[in-house]
Design a protein around this ligand. Structure first.
Ligand code: AMP
Ligand code: MG
Length: 427
């Protein structure tokens, strides 16, 4: 039987490791499933905001956008050349060039028999023309145009309405607005877009040794870097970070700062979730009425990560070692932000590539190792960087991805294919 403090029912074969208190170790896939399921049931309808296109990047669309007309709105040439009746534009006989059409020109007159018109990329074909011959495959002598190759009907133009019909759905609610989506909005004439408001994500660092970046640390103090990496990750994920500073490893300070965080939909804590005597986050949260869905995931770095809910707030307690904080945020917090942004959770963007130097890790945990993906001669390869473990953020700045070492395949020779988790901020 699982402890009743775990409100999420886990699969019966979920491994369970007993430390000083019961800990449920989920695989990384299980943990993500739990996050997605819980975030979906926790998420309320999103408020919306009207944004100019230029401010909407990364927001989730809250309305349906339909096309205002056909796309393309005319038969659009995709080449510089000659608009022709294809049947006439053959190597056997030349055609007479009777004019020129450039992009933006108004075109009414039908193409006469035996004639062709010089046309530019983006211009409208004259009525009747059913092909464009690339200028490279023609020869001009006065007004006579000779064709080097047979011409086929339909070549080198995009027919009117073939990309979209009038009133087709161009963009659907729930879509993440990237550069292509913003271009489509502009194309169909929407200068403002109704978007979901970004979810506010409270960020609270914990630890007696932590000082603020503006303070001078004592010899055994550490500046708070996690709040800033987390805020950046939250922003990249489409959330709006709310920085709550640092709480000391004391019940009173933790309680009052967590209380502030409970005013937001999502609270992310760093530190204080391991097995140490002063790792109080979980017990303080429990005392404040939290329920937990898991409190360990079989990954390294990041194993002691905690996920639960306190009143109306989803809580993530991430381990404090900076690289652990980064990895667990990317793997587990991002899907919750996706859902609270009004979107479907993005897939984990695993890529496959070739490992250039062998790796050997302990089995039983899925490892995420800072690594450098490079690209040469149309092939990518990846090399794990030397690092001092999950506190080593200096090594992280040399990386652009993590090599994923599966729990059941810890020993991987050079030349093997491996999964890579890109750092979506730099790659
Ligand atoms: P903890 O998870 O609280 O045991 O912390 C593990 C390690 O991470 C310790 O070495 C801490 O000093 C370090 N750490 C914890 N919080 C932060 C933070 N906000 N910024 C930088 N390092 C931190
Ligand atoms: Mg600590």
């Amino acid at each position: 039987m699982h402890s009743d403090r775990f409100a999420f029912s886990l699969p019966p074969d979920t491994p369970r490791v007993i430390h000083c208190s019961p800990v449920f170790v989920l695989s990384f896939d299980q943990a993500r499933e739990v996050v997605v399921a819980k975030a979906k049931s926790h998420c309320r309808p999103r408020p919306t905001v009207s944004l100019p296109i230029s401010d909407a990047l990364g927001h989730i669309l809250a309305e349906e956008i339909r096309t205002d007309r056909e796309y393309p709105p005319f038969n659009r040439s995709t080449r510089d050349g000659y608009a022709v009746h294809s049947i006439e534009a053959q190597p056997t006989s030349p055609l007479r060039c009777v004019g020129e059409i450039k992009a933006g020109d108004t075109v009414h007159a039908p193409l006469a028999n035996g004639a062709c018109v010089q046309i530019m990329t983006g211009a409208a074909l004259p009525p009747g023309a059913d092909a464009v011959v690339m200028i490279e495959f023609t020869r001009r002598a006065g007004d006579q145009v000779f064709f080097e190759r047979p011409t086929e009907s339909g070549q080198n133009f995009v027919p009117r309405g073939s990309e979209a019909r009038r009133l087709d759905v161009a963009l659907s609610p729930g879509l993440r607005l990237g550069f292509a989506e913003l271009a489509v909005a502009a194309q169909v004439g929407h200068s403002t877009l109704q978007c979901h408001k970004k979810p506010r994500v409270a960020i609270l660092s914990t630890g007696d040794e932590i000082v603020s970046v503006t303070e001078t640390p004592g010899p055994f103090h550490i500046r708070n870097s996690n709040s800033f990496s987390l805020a950046a990750q939250v922003q990249l994920a489409g959330g709006s970070p709310v920085l709550l500073g640092n709480a000391l490893d004391r019940v009173d300070d933790l309680s009052s700062k967590i209380e502030q965080g409970l005013g937001e939909e999502i609270l992310v804590l760093s530190g204080g979730v391991s097995m140490g005597k002063y790792d109080l986050v979980e017990s303080v949260l429990k005392g404040m009425g939290a329920e937990f869905y898991f409190d360990a995931v079989a990954i390294r770095p990041g194993k002691p990560v905690v996920f639960g809910r306190c009143h109306n707030t989803l809580i993530f307690g991430l381990p404090g070692n900076p690289v652990s904080t980064m990895v667990t945020c990317q793997l587990l917090v991002v899907p919750a932000i996706d859902i609270h942004s009004g979107a479907s959770p993005r897939p984990v963007p695993f890529l496959e590539t070739t490992l250039s130097e062998a790796v050997k890790e302990k089995s039983g945990l899925t490892h995420f190792l800072p690594a450098l993906l490079t690209w040469r001669d149309s092939r990518s390869r990846v090399r794990v960087l030397g690092w001092q473990g999950s506190g080593d953020i200096a090594a992280m700045t040399q990386s652009n991805c993590f090599v994923v070492v599966p729990a059941d395949r810890p020993d991987i020779p050079a030349g093997e294919r491996v999964s890579v988790l890109p750092r979506t901020d730099v790659l």
